[in-house]
Ligand binder design. Structure first.
Ligand code: NAD
Ligand code: TYD
Length: 363
């Protein structure tokens, strides 16, 4: 069986990926995660007791640790999820974003390169470094613009997106300069189980459940392309198995929604699963917009379909229902996350966001 070094495997997408990889017997997993506020061992309940899941608490920026793990476990691939991932936090303080997303990725690439150079020709040819990136590096689209393709120029607008773009450029450079067999994916907004509730969908579910306001930034007409995390993880397996070294792949849900429309669909799912007397959408409240808020993201995932035969499988209605069901049925996970600092974040981020007129927002 192959061994993969996964970074950030206690986060939202990483923990779903690790669970899928182990359930499908794809590889033994060495899971390197710093356990920041977003990392959570409770999210690894599906691999608890599995001897082929080895968890290591540590920082991707720790050179000695990275070198030691690569020398000890001799993986066939590195799958790099670890990152600071929330735009609003990057606006408050970008330091950790630059440290982990840029410098941490550089240390990981250095470790990967040194290790890769020790491999025999066959193993070196088969080795892969998979950089998990985001559509946010491409910046914002106008309403009639075609979706982002892999060659769309980078134009990041938030410190988070800028830090991911920096990391992506480094990955490209290590391939071009040193020949390291890298792969890069740009994915659209994910949703599903185990997502930290600072992000839109779980935040709205938890607030709705408590009958608290659903805070919509600005006019709520910003557009995102939504993909269920299971579909994303399957796409990543496809890229690992069949992607061409040095290539970039855009992964998306073919599912553009304005935020207000999405929240409306989510509220309808909540009304069905958790009848509350009044419709949940009555809780919607427009608040001060996010500075530099990107108006629209959309992904052209045609290359994934043409070259790797991948397409998203889950419909938004099905995915939202499953996600609402999951959050309503996992009180222990939610309560532990809230107790560990999420409540404090909600206070910092939302307490002083005054109600905004529904027309407010970037054109
Ligand atoms: P997340 O914030 O839920 O998880 C990040 C994980 O990385 C956490 O477990 C955290 O402890 C770990 N981590 C942070 N800094 C670390 C460090 N220095 N060393 C080791 N571990 C560290 O993030 P997510 O939503 O699961 O996103 C995973 C990746 O996918 C990120 O690279 C993100 O940019 C990318 N991405 C996310 C989305 C999305 O919608 N969530 C979409 C596209 C791409
Ligand atoms: P988010 O989940 O933070 O993802 P991203 O900013 O990476 O796309 O936000 C998704 C969209 O929802 C984005 O347009 C910002 C908006 N949003 C709100 O309107 N209210 C909120 O409380 C949050 C967290 C996000």
């Amino acid at each position: 069986m192959d061994t993969w070094l996964v970074t950030g495997g206690a986060g939202f997408i990483g923990s779903n990926f690790v669970s899928l990889a182990r359930k499908s017997g794809l590889a033994r997993i060495v899971n390197l995660d710093k356990l920041t506020y977003a990392g959570n061992l409770d999210s690894l309940d599906r691999v608890q007791g599995d001897p082929d899941h080895i968890f290591v608490q540590g920082d991707i920026g720790d050179r000695a640790l990275v070198a030691g793990l690569l020398a000890t476990y001799r993986p066939q691939a590195i799958i790099h999820f670890a990152a600071e991932s929330h735009v609003d936090r990057s606006i408050q303080d970008p330091t950790a974003f630059l440290t982990t997303n840029v410098l941490g990725t550089m240390v990981l690439l250095d470790g990967a390169l040194a290790y890769w150079r020790t491999l025999g020709p066959q193993a070196a040819q088969a080795f892969r470094f998979l950089q998990i990136s985001t559509d946010e590096v491409f910046g914002s689209l106008g309403p009639m613009d075609p979706p982002f393709t892999e060659t769309h120029p980078f134009a990041p607008n938030s410190p988070y997106a800028a830090s991911k773009a920096g990391a992506d450029h480094l990955v490209r450079a290590y391939h071009e300069t040193h020949g390291l067999p890298t792969l890069t994916t740009h994915c659209s907004n994910n949703y599903g189980p185990y997502q930290y509730p600072e992000k839109l969908i779980p935040l709205m579910i938890l607030n709705a459940r408590r009958k608290e306001a659903l805070p919509v930034y600005g006019d709520g007409r910003q557009v995102r392309d939504w993909l269920h995390v299971d579909d994303h993880c399957e796409a990543l397996c496809r890229v690992l198995a069949k992607g061409r070294p040095g290539s970039v792949y855009n992964i998306g849900g073919n599912c553009e929604r304005g935020n207000l429309d999405l929240i409306g669909e989510l509220c309808a799912a909540l009304d069905a699963l958790l009848p509350a007397g009044a419709p949940h959408k009555d809780l919607i409240k427009h608040v001060t917009d996010r500075p530099g808020h990107d108006r629209r993201y959309a992904i052209d995932a045609g290359k994934m379909k043409r070259e790797l035969g991948w397409e998203p499988r889950m419909t938004l209605a099905e995915g939202l229902k499953k996600t609402v069901d999951w959050y309503l049925g996992h009180d222990a996970w939610v309560d532990a996350v809230c107790a560990r600092g999420h409540a404090a974040w909600m206070e910092t981020q939302y307490a002083n966001r005054v109600a905004a007129p529904a027309g407010e927002g970037r054109a």
